[in-house]
Design a protein around this ligand. Structure first.
Ligand code: SAM
Length: 239
């Protein structure tokens, strides 16, 4: 499998991705603001508006990292389990949660490809800027389907490819030149940010990814482009 511009075996990719997020965990929230000009906050608000979390619902926020999506959903009264393969990212999230009001949150280390939850456990599954880091995406999508109840909803927020003429290219130039430099200046970690840019570039296009979601068993799949598809919200239902 691909890791940045190298080919590595699956276990090695998981380890390398682990290293990337352990290394960026402390600076992760600041870097998101810097690199997106604060826009990631709007994308996340829009994502959660699509999910429409309801009070008392059980939601799994996979690859939940430092909790940005989970906090938004828990404020609406949903019971959110925040899961991530990386304990360092979750630790930063748990610290942040302590400074917030009492939110209905549980934190659990989990690999998206091999969840420990029982079948039919959740009303919704969310994954934001996480799926492109997973080594075996079809397996992770099947696991999402398995742990959802019938009538459960799947939502994914992820970078994709903007179909606006010129915009996609401009973003590519920005991301390849600026992001790793900001990563070096702020987090002293050019390599991790190089990986993140590369993983965005390699991620499947919107229609292709929607087909992968359908292949995992979801129905009524859809995708909503943001900024022409630079970012996209994909969704599907388990029936
Ligand atoms: N959802 C958060 C957000 O939007 O701010 C965090 C996104 S962060 C870019 C990606 C997260 O995916 C990291 O915390 C990383 O540890 C996690 N991740 C990578 N591979 C994973 C896997 N196989 N299973 C679960 N989480 C994984």
């Amino acid at each position: 499998v691909q890791f940045g511009d190298r080919v590595v075996d699956r276990d090695e990719k998981q380890k390398l991705v682990g290293g990337v997020f352990s290394s960026v965990a402390r600076r992760y929230d600041l870097m998101n603001d810097l690199m997106s000009g604060g826009m990631h906050r709007l994308w996340k608000d829009r994502f959660v508006a699509c999910v429409q979390p309801r009070p008392g619902e059980k939601i799994l926020d996979m690859a939940g990292g430092t909790g940005d999506i989970a906090f938004r959903m828990a404020r609406k009264g949903a019971h959110v389990t925040v899961s991530d393969i990386n304990p360092d990212m979750l630790a930063v999230g748990m610290e942040r949660a302590e400074t917030l009001d009492d939110l209905p949150l549980a934190w659990q280390v989990e690999n998206a490809e091999k969840l420990t939850f029982e079948d039919n456990s959740f009303d919704a599954y969310t994954i934001a800027f996480g799926i492109r880091n997973v080594t075996d995406i079809p397996t992770a999508l099947r696991e999402a389907h398995r742990v959802l109840k019938r009538g459960g909803r799947f939502f994914c927020l992820e970078f994709s490819t903007s179909e606006w003429p010129g915009f996609g290219k401009a973003y590519e130039v920005y991301s390849e030149n600026v992001i790793p430099k900001v990563g070096k200046a702020v987090a002293d970690d050019e390599e991790s940010y190089q990986y993140l840019v590369e993983s965005i570039r390699r991620f499947p296009r919107m229609h292709e990814f929607e087909a992968m979601i359908a292949d995992a068993g979801f129905v009524q799949t859809s995708h909503r482009p943001i900024l022409g598809g630079l970012v996209a919200i994909h969704s599907g239902w388990k029936i």
